[in-house]
Design a protein around this ligand. Structure first.
Ligand SMILES: Cc1cc2nc3c(=O)[nH]c(=O)nc-3n(C[C@H](O)[C@H](O)[C@H](O)COP(=O)(O)OP(=O)(O)OC[C@H]3O[C@@H](n4cnc5c(N)ncnc54)[C@H](O)[C@@H]3O)c2cc1C
Length: 350
C-alpha cells in the first residue's frame, strides 16, 4: 500500500492533522489502537480564550480561535454529525477588584472580541456570583469521543485506518520515504500523544505529562452557558453535567482518586448551589503536556522523513486546527513551523 503520509495515533492530533491533509488532496493512512493513551477519550473538549485563575488571554488565541469553527464544521459536514457546541462561558467574579479590572478590559481591543457582557450583579440564583461576572464569547466544547469514533468509522470504510499497536522496530527509512509492514509512505508523523515518550526517535523531547480527573454528575440547574470558576461545569442532556478537571503532574499512576473527586466536588459546591443528586462517571486521563507548555511540531533532526505533531497539553481542541496548517506547511512545502512550537528549540537535548 502506498500513501503520502502515515500517521501514528488517531487521537485528536492524528484526527485533525489527517483531515487537514486529506482536505488538501494528499493521501493519508493511520495506525491506531484506541486506549493506549486516552487523553482525547476523556477530555471535556472545552475551548476558552480567557483562562487561568488570573483570567488572561490564552497564548496565541487571536491566531488559533478563528480556525476552530470552520475546521470542525468541515468534519461535521463530511461525517454528517454535530460535534462542536459553541456556548458562552459565564465566569463569576471573585471580588470587587476583579469586577473593576474587567470593566477596564471591556474597552480594550484585545479583550473586546471575546466579551459578550459584563455583569456587576448576580446572574443566577443557583450560582455563587454576588459580584456578577463576565460572559465570554468564542467558547464552547467539542464532543471529542464522538468525533473520533465517527471519523474512525469513515476512515475504516475508506481503507485508511489500520487497527494495530505500532511497533517502531519494524519502521525502516529509505531515500524516498519510510516502510512499515506493507505500508510505504513519503513521510511518517507521530501523532501518538504520550506514546512518543517511548520512541527511540523522540524520547529526548521534554514532555511533562499531567494527569487529570473529570466527573459526570446529575444536578438541577441546566443553563445553556458553561459555568467556570475553579472548575467548569458543562450542561449535557437529561440533567447531566460534566465537571472538571484536576491537574497533577507528580502522581501520574493513580488513575481516578478519592482526592481528585473531593477536589472537584468541593470546587463545584463553592460555585453552584443546588446539591448533586448523583455521580454518574469518574474518569481520568493523562494530558500530553510539555515542559514549556507549547506543542511539539517538526521534523526529526537526522531522519528527513520523520515528523511529530504532539504536545497539545490541555488545549488540544483550540490549538489543533490552526497548528495543523503549520504542520501541513512543513510536510508539503518544507516551511518550518513558528519557533515557539518548533521542536528545533530542543535539539540541544539530543
Ligand atoms: C481530564 C482531561 C480533561 C481535558 N479537557 C480538555 C478540554 O476541556 N479541552 C481541551 O482542548 N483539551 C482537554 N484535554 C486535553 C486533550 O485531551 C488533549 O489536548 C488532546 O486530546 C491530545 O490528543 P492527542 O491525539 O495528542 O493524544 P491522545 O488523545 O493521547 O491520542 C493518542 C492516540 O495514539 C494512540 N497510540 C499511542 N501509542 C500507540 C501505538 N504504539 N500504536 C497505536 N496507537 C497508539 C493512542 O491509543 C491514542 O488513540 C483534557 C485532558 C484530560 C486528561
Amino acid at each position: 500500500m502506498k500513501t503520502d503520509f502515515l500517521l501514528i495515533g488517531q487521537g485528536l492530533a492524528g484526527t485533525v492533522l489527517s483531515w487537514r491533509l486529506l482536505a488538501q488532496g494528499h493521501r493519508v493512512h493511520l495506525v491506531d489502537t484506541p486506549g493506549l493513551q486516552k487523553s482525547s477519550r476523556v477530555a471535556a473538549g472545552l475551548y476558552n480564550p480567557i483562562t487561568g485563575r488570573k483570567m488572561v488571554k490564552t497564548w496565541a488565541a487571536d491566531l488559533h480561535f478563528p480556525a476552530i469553527e470552520p475546521f470542525y464544521r468541515s468534519m461535521e459536514e463530511r461525517l454528517g454529525q454535530r460535534f462542536l457546541e459553541p456556548k458562552p462561558i459565564y465566569r463569576p467574579f471573585l471580588n470587587v477588584e476583579e469586577q473593576n479590572e474587567w470593566m477596564g478590559h471591556s474597552s480594550r481591543d484585545e479583550f473586546r472580541r471575546y466579551l459578550l457582557e459584563i455583569r456587576t450583579t448576580s446572574r443566577y440564583e443557583a450560582v455563587n456570583d454576588p459580584y456578577g461576572g463576565v460572559l465570554l464569547d468564542q467558547c464552547g466544547y467539542l464532543n471529542i469521543p464522538n468525533l473520533l469514533d465517527a471519523y474512525a468509522a469513515w476512515l475504516e470504510e475508506e481503507g485508511l485506518l489500520t487497527r494495530e499497536v505500532f511497533d517502531e522496530s519494524k519502521l525502516t527509512f529509505h531515500s524516498k520515504g519510510v516502510a512499515y509492514g506493507d505500508i510505504e509512505a513519503r513521510s511518517i508523523v507521530y501523532t501518538n500523544g504520550l506514546g512518543a515518550m517511548e520512541s527511540r526517535y523522540f524520547s529526548w523531547l521534554p514532555f511533562r505529562p499531567v494527569r487529570g480527573e473529570i466527573l459526570s454528575v446529575a444536578q438541577s440547574f441546566s443553563p445553556d452557558e458553561i459555568i467556570n470558576r475553579g472548575v467548569f461545569r458543562i450542561t449535557l442532556s437529561g440533567g447531566l453535567h460534566r465537571v472538571g478537571s484536576t491537574y497533577d503532574n507528580n502522581d501520574l499512576d493513580s488513575g481516578a482518586t478519592e482526592k481528585g473527586k473531593s477536589e472537584l466536588l468541593e470546587k463545584l459546591r463553592a460555585l453552584i448551589n443546588p446539591p448533586l443528586t448523583a455521580i454518574h462517571k469518574h474518569e481520568w486521563g493523562i494530558r500530553p503536556a510539555t515542559k514549556d507548555r507549547k506543542p511539539f511540531l517538526g521534523r526529526h533532526p537526522s531522519h528527513n522523513q520523520l515528523y511529530i505533531f504532539n504536545g497539545l497539553g490541555a488545549k488540544g481542541v483550540s490549538m489543533a486546527p490552526y497548528l495543523s496548517i503549520e504542520m501541513s506547511n512543513l510536510l508539503t512545502f518544507n516551511k518550518e513551523p513558528s519557533k515557539e512550537v518548533n521542536i528545533n528549540r530542543f535539539f540541544k537535548y539530543i
